[in-house]
Design a protein around this ligand. Sequence first.
Ligand SMILES: [Zn+2]
Length: 169
Amino acid sequence: MTVLDVLIEPDNRLHKISKPVEKITDEIRSFLDDMVETMREHDGAGLAAPQVNRQQRIIVMELPLTPDAQENTVFKMINPEIIKRGDLHCSFKEGCLSVPGERIEVDRIADITVKYLDEFGLEKTLEASEILAVCIQHEIDHLDGKLVLDYLSPFKRKVALTKLKKHYH
Ligand SMILES: [Zn+2]
């Protein structure tokens, strides 16, 4: 397995719309393993393919399946799509490997149902709430070219981008 390079904001490649995966091959499965390795190397809870410069609709996460679960589960999702959204909202201070050093509170839906393909091409649905639901929405945002910084006011966003430019570019 390989640890991949993570793109850091500001970077136009993080703002492209990712394309659906058409065919799930061994290469995709090995890429998923590399993504998990990369996420763990950086102590992240989630990673989306565009963050490692691949504009395809692929995300990985490692989180408890339910808010009271003791152990983490690794999720590998291809072409994820939110098919149901609950009425409740929640927010957490979200970190992002492409926005190091920042934690940004984002208003999200607290309960969602997501449909996706697993690494063998089987269609799955998952009901997720709280942190897992937030993480899925955060990662799907990446596939649509959207980062947590984009939820900030233009002024705060500019301050954060200046800081990132200075320290990481
Ligand atoms: Zn992120």
